[in-house]
Design a protein around this ligand. Sequence first.
Ligand SMILES: Nc1ncnc2c1ncn2[C@@H]1O[C@H](COP(=O)(O)OP(=O)(O)O)[C@@H](O)[C@H]1O
Ligand SMILES: [Mg+2]
Length: 155
Amino acid sequence: MNDSESVGRAASDVVRAEDAAATRAAGQRFAERLGPGDLVILSGELGAGKTTFTQGVAEGLGVRGPITSPTFVLARVHPSLTGGPALVHVDAYRLGSLPELDDLDLDASVEDSVTVVEWGEGKAEVLAEGRGGHYVVRFDRSREDDVREIVFERS
Ligand SMILES: Nc1ncnc2c1ncn2[C@@H]1O[C@H](COP(=O)(O)OP(=O)(O)O)[C@@H](O)[C@H]1O
Ligand SMILES: [Mg+2]
C-alpha cells in the first residue's frame, strides 16, 4: 500500500452490504462510535436503505422502536432503554430545506441525543453547512439489486 492509498482509506470507510440485514448490521456497528450530540446525515435516493440502516443504529444504541419511515412526521424521538442517549430520527426526504433542528418541538435536546437525518440524494452538504463535526453516510445502489455500497465520512 502506498501513502496516497492509506490516506484515502483514512478519509472514508466503505462497506458493501449484500442485503437489508447486512445494512442493519452496519448501522448497529456504526452506533458504537456515536454519543450524545452527534449528528449523522444519511444521503441516498428513496429505497437506498437509509431507514434500514437507522433501524440498526437504534438496535446498537438500545433505544425504543420501532423505527419506521415517517410520511407526515418530520422527526421522532426514541428514548433509550439502557440509560444512554435518545435517538432523534428526522426524515427530511420531501423537504427542500430543514428547519434548525433546535426549532423542532422535540421532547429531547439535540445536545443530549444522537440525531440521524435521512436526506435526499446530494442534499447533505447543504444541511451540513455551518455546523461543527458530523458524519455523512452515503448509500449507493449497485447494479446488483440488493447490494448497497455504504460510504462513511467524518466531516
Ligand atoms: N442491501 C440492502 N440494504 C438496505 N435495504 C435493502 C437492501 N437490499 C434490499 N433492501 C430493501 O430496500 C428497501 C430499503 O428501504 P428503506 O431502508 O426504507 O430506504 P430509504 O429509507 O433510503 O428510502 C427495503 O425494502 C429493504 O428491504
Ligand atoms: Mg427512509
